[in-house]
Design a protein around this ligand. Structure first.
Ligand SMILES: [Zn+2]
Length: 319
């Protein structure tokens, strides 16, 4: 039996997972990264954690096929260098691959988390069996990855698949990226929260907040719960967000002609409350020869997505 090691570097939390070559998790350890912690310290922590996981399970280094590292971009997958992710402000030009290779002398693959999750959903989740597959996260932000002709498509600078920042309304709401009217600014979690204030009465907002104990501002989760309980205003907000997602996907479908698109977090929680308007908009805005060839489904890996994203990189390091 051979083993894989996955390293998931996040802005708040990071994790190291050890799995067998069928992607069954043998052991896992997570810790708080802290945006202000020195990257060298975090890398030392990863190295120690990998060593102790292998020791604890009496696994020789020679049995480890490789190490996959998934991290927010921008990063350089060819050199294995993390450049300057917005959620990790101190990580400028950090040579993660070189550090891990020096420590373990095993192959190390570094990829941005959106591409890595797209690969994981394609190999192990909602994209299984397809050759042309799109995965989009749909939470606080909208990011994604493209599998084209059976291979991850990175583009000229590794930024391919940033579908959340296609312009849908040139004078629309301001996006976190600085542009106006991006898909993300119209359909991601903060856009749903914004629509709450525009469309719901103070009484409705109060009620939605009661559905999400601990929250002080209405959010997508509360809107989804309210819509599931029959609130028509909440359902209307989801319909609007879903319509914009559908228009964005229609653009992608028209260009790429994929067989399947999987959507993350919000689509998993809301199901057809979001997916029905998504599919309706796709049918309206993409040609039928393309839209009927493409199914839109919720992502499958759920809580396992981040671990699998890092682990799957070991098996695709040449592709
Ligand atoms: Zn944007």
């Amino acid at each position: 039996m051979d083993y894989l090691i996955g390293v998931d570097i996040g802005g708040t939390k990071s994790a190291v997972s050890l799995a067998d070559d069928h992607f069954n998790i043998v052991a896992r350890h997570s810790f708080i990264t802290g945006a202000q912690t020195d990257p060298d310290e975090v890398l030392d922590r990863f190295i120690q954690t990998i060593r102790s996981l292998l020791d604890d399970h009496r696994i020789a280094l020679s049995k480890v096929t490789g190490i996959g590292v998934s991290c927010g971009g921008p990063l350089d997958p060819v050199e294995g260098v993390i450049l300057s992710p917005p959620n990790l402000p101190l990580w400028t030009h950090v040579p993660v691959r070189r550090r891990l290779q020096e420590a373990f002398d095993r192959p190390v693959t570094v990829e941005n988390d959106a591409n890595a999750t797209a690969l994981a959903e394609w190999k192990l989740g909602a994209g299984r069996g397809t050759r042309n597959f799109i995965y989009l996260t749909w939470g606080t932000g909208i990011g994604g990855g493209l599998i084209l002709d059976g291979k991850l498509y990175r583009g000229a600078t590794g930024m391919a698949g940033e579908a959340g920042h296609q312009t849908l309304l040139p004078d629309g709401p301001l996006c976190g990226c600085g542009k106006r009217g991006c898909l993300e600014a119209l359909a991601a979690g903060p856009a749903v929260a914004r629509m709450c204030h525009e469309r719901a009465t103070p009484r409705q907002i109060q009620h939605w907040l009661e559905l999400t104990p601990g929250e002080t501002e209405p959010n997508a989760k509360g809107v989804i719960r309210a819509a599931q309980a029959g609130d028509e205003t909440a359902a209307g907000i989801l319909k609007e967000a879903g319509r914009y997602m559908g228009i964005g996907l229609a653009n992608l479908i028209q260009i790429i002609n994929p067989e399947r698109i999987a959507l993350g977090t919000l689509a998993i929680h809301a199901g057809d409350l979001l997916l029905a308007p998504v599919r309706e908009a796709i049918a309206k805005y993409a040609w039928p020869q393309l839209s009927t060839a493409c199914e839109v489904v919720p992502a499958e890996l759920g809580d396992r997505a981040q671990d699998m994203a890092a682990l799957v990189l070991v098996s695709v390091r040449d592709g």
